[in-house]
Structure formats: structure tokens, C-alpha cells
Ligand binder design. Sequence first.
Ligand code: FES
Length: 141
Amino acid sequence: MKYMIFIGFLVVLGCSKTAVERNPFLIENSFDQRINLALPAFDNLNYAGGSLYWPNGGIRGLLLYNLNGNTILAWEASCPNHELKSCSTLQTDDLVSPTASCACEDYQYSLATGQPLTEGATYSLLFYKVQQNGTQVRIYN
Ligand code: FES
């Protein structure tokens, strides 16, 4: 009887877990990139609101964004709302705009939150982990 109660408890626990919804269009690759903000290529990331497309890491590269002068955010550059296509690599809208756009169907995303800004878009940008130590920035998943 004790054994049956234990099994029932495990079943209840197993059913109460919230499923994590994965993006069905993007299969995540494992990567570990390091950049140095002191290099001229990363000048745009040294001030609040600066953004940059970096082709290394992730599936189709990274969208990097300086949120507030001290915090770098890293997003996957693949459009998260359709399967991968030749046109679905997002580009920052300009060097000081907090948005990125997809050339396929013109979906737009916030680089500050990752949220889609276009009606009908379901998925947010994929977020990657960032560690900062001075000018050294590690981006990984
Ligand atoms: S692939 Fe980006 S909007 Fe469809």
C-alpha cells in the first residue's frame, strides 16, 4: 500500500510540472563566443542603445544590444516566427534603434525585450546568456 501511495505521489508531481515551450522553428546549437568591447569592431556596444549584428555564434549569428550602458543583451539573429529561410536573418534597423527586422515578412522585434512588435508574431527572440567582465564579454547557451 505504501508503495502505491508513493507511485501516486510521483504521478501527481509529474503532472504538475509546467511544460517549457520551445520554439518549433529554431533548433539551438551549442556555442560559446567571446568578444572584446575595446576592439573597434564593437564600438557600437559601448554606449546605451547601441546595437550590432555579429555573425559568429547562435544559428544565424547574434544581435547584440547595450541596454543601459552596462548590460549587453544577446539575441539569436534568426527570425523566430517562421522556419529558416535565406531571408530570415534579422538585421538591426540602424545603429541606435532598439529594433531588428526580418526581410521575409517584415516582422520587427525589440532588442530591449526580445518581444515581437508586429501583430500576428507569436514567438520572441531567442535569448542567450551573457557574462561581462570589464570589456570582456562571453556569450553562450
Ligand atoms: S521569416 Fe521572418 S517574418 Fe517570416
